[in-house]
Design a protein around this ligand. Sequence first.
Ligand code: SF4
Length: 247
Amino acid sequence: MNAADWKPNAPDGAREAHRFIDYFIRNGVTKGSVLKSVELTYARSNVYFDDVYTYFEKTGAFNVACTKGCAMCCHTMVSVVPPEAFYLANYIRTEFDADTSRKMIERIVAHDAEHRGKSGAARHVGRIACPMLDPDTHLCTVHSARPLTCRSMHSGDVKPCQVAFDTRDAYHPAPSHALFFKNTQAYYDAFGTALDQSGLVVEPLELNAALATIFTGKNVFVRWLKGENPFEEATAEAALTDAPPPS
Ligand code: SF4
């Protein structure tokens, strides 16, 4: 292929699932292997997104307008798969000093108690910020461990994002590019297929409900590894029911 025709290939969910299946056969499905699988997925995603940005820069196919500290999209619902929730919970427990970690956990649990079950649209309308967003800098405090859904968020123009935020119109569209979303979908599919084969429950969860379940429940990771579903009340579907109608 001519270098000028190069285009990043979005990950394929079925192919990534085979890689995951092979990985879990070789390593077993344990706390360590599940956390490592997320770490490897985020590393692969970083490479892929670097390629996507390079492709856009070279071709002008799309202009990403997002800038540091622009966190309007951090006022909505974020869905994750259980391995991501365990990975982020572990990050919050181990990557901060004890006081910072304790305060962050308290903030997440309180946030969940107040907002459990709210849809992304309701959170947008209420301008309900993610509890991991720094209120002063508007930066993500868990950036390197943020979920795939957050990694895929982008906009080709900040103006419609600002209009949506200012007018609280959750359905005001902003330009986007499919290459970003394909990565998240592929890895969601891969985690689902690979871990389903091991008898584990993998369904989309609402981020804060999943974290609060982990922080307040007993042996949540162990129970999930045994095939139980400790996240029955933390599903993303449960949070889609109160979406206000489009204007
Ligand atoms: S985890 Fe980080 S990037 Fe994702 S919504 Fe929260 S603050 Fe924003």
